[in-house]
Design a protein around this ligand. Structure first.
Ligand code: ACO
Length: 333
């Protein structure tokens, strides 16, 4: 069984409630049909009941076992609005404003999770990353001990000699444009946890730079050196090392030469990039030039799993990401 099959098999046993705010979106409806048929999760589709039913009929998909909730007419609106006001009282959110926000399914979904009516969310097939993430940041917030959410990709490589049988985890490739040293350290630790929980690997985390163990001096390198120290203090049980150049992280001979004492150099299976530009470019380079399959971004560090799709996603991307979201929800318990 390959990793994605394993993730789906796990999802079937967890039966998590995953909310899909883009309830009338065709790829989402096609994916919902497959997810329900395969029993990967319980689904909650948000939107107008008649519109969803009409779209499903037009597409010829069966979503009869999904729960459909209309954010504009739900009888939970008042309760949810009270919860929102409570969460955002320091920001002065009024009940009237909360009720207005609840008309937007991208707010309604995270509040369902916060209220205990759903376990995870997946959106982004027709909405921009920021619009999916902002409600999640504001109302679901980060998990204890973590202040930043970041995005990891599972990279399925064609060469099984790299990573964990050819699977590597890259981060942050999706969220934090320019993390501080402390934020980068948190990204390293949460990525290691994702790698363990979702891929089942023993993470060996490389903090990437253009320098290996002091070979270059620059403030950009200093940030990675400092982040490595903080990450090691945050999670002494984890194998985290830096700063490492990519070849020192991946190639045993180079790792041995440039960082002979390192437990990570030459054998890294988790790559932490110094900022979002390098992380986003890095995963796309491997995806396009090395023809790796990139699954994600898996958002990590949130108090409950909320994942963002690319607007170019396929039906199968949605199916896979629902299974991953269900696995994350189970790992949080
Ligand atoms: N983790 C946790 N909370 C956060 C984070 C984070 N990474 N970033 C912002 N927040 C919180 C803030 O603290 C704030 O909370 P508050 O209202 O309680 O004070 C709230 O979210 C809004 O913060 P803003 O600074 O106003 O954030 P904004 O909404 O402007 O931006 C965003 C957040 C959209 C995620 C931004 O960082 C961004 O655009 N990142 C890049 C996303 C992107 O384009 N990725 C590349 C494409 S994805 C791909 O290719 C796979």
């Amino acid at each position: 069984m390959n990793l994605l099959e394993q993730i789906k098999a796990n999802a079937k046993t967890y039966q998590k409630r995953i909310v899909l705010p883009e309830g009338t979106e065709p790829r989402t409806l096609r994916a919902a049909d497959i997810i329900l048929k395969e029993g990967l999760a319980k689904l909650i589709l948000l939107g107008n009941q008649e519109e969803i039913a009409a779209k499903a009929e037009e597409l010829g998909v069966n979503i009869s076992s999904a729960e459909i909730v209309d954010p504009e007419t739900s009888d939970k609106r008042s309760t949810y609005a009270d919860l929102m006001v409570e969460i955002r009282k320091s920001k002065g959110l009024t009940k009237e404003e909360a009720l207005k926000l609840l008309n937007n399914p991208l707010y309604f979904g995270p509040i369902m999770i916060k209220a205990g009516d759903a376990d995870g969310e997946l959106a982004g097939a027709i909405n921009a990353t920021g619009d999916v993430l902002r409600p999640a940041f504001q109302f679901v917030k980060t998990m204890p001990g973590v202040s930043v959410v970041s995005g990891a990709f599972m990279m399925f490589l064609n060469d099984p000699t790299f990573g964990h049988n050819g699977v590597m985890v890259f981060a942050d490739c999706a969220v934090m444009p320019n993390p501080t040293d402390k934020e980068l350290a948190e990204i390293a630790v949460t990525t290691a946890r994702t790698a363990k929980a979702i891929v089942g690997m023993e993470p060996r985390v490389a903090m990437l730079s253009f320098s290996t163990k002091g070979s270059a001096k620059n403030e950009l390198v200093d940030k990675v050196v400092s982040a490595t120290e903080i990450a090691k203090k945050m999670a002494p049980e984890l194998m985290i090392d830096g700063e490492l150049q990519l070849d020192a992280a991946l190639v045993p001979e180079v790792g041995k030469l440039k960082a002979p004492e390192s437990q990570v150099a030459g054998r890294a299976n988790v790559l932490v990039f110094p900022d979002l530009q390098s992380g986003n470019i890095g995963y796309k380079l491997v995806q396009r030039l090395a023809k790796a399959e990139a699954v994600g971004p898996v958002l990590q560090g949130m108090a409950a799993p909320i994942n963002d799709l690319s607007r170019g996603c396929s039906v199968f991307d949605i199916v896979n990401m629902v299974a991953i979201t269900a696995n994350q929800a189970a790992a949080l318990l």
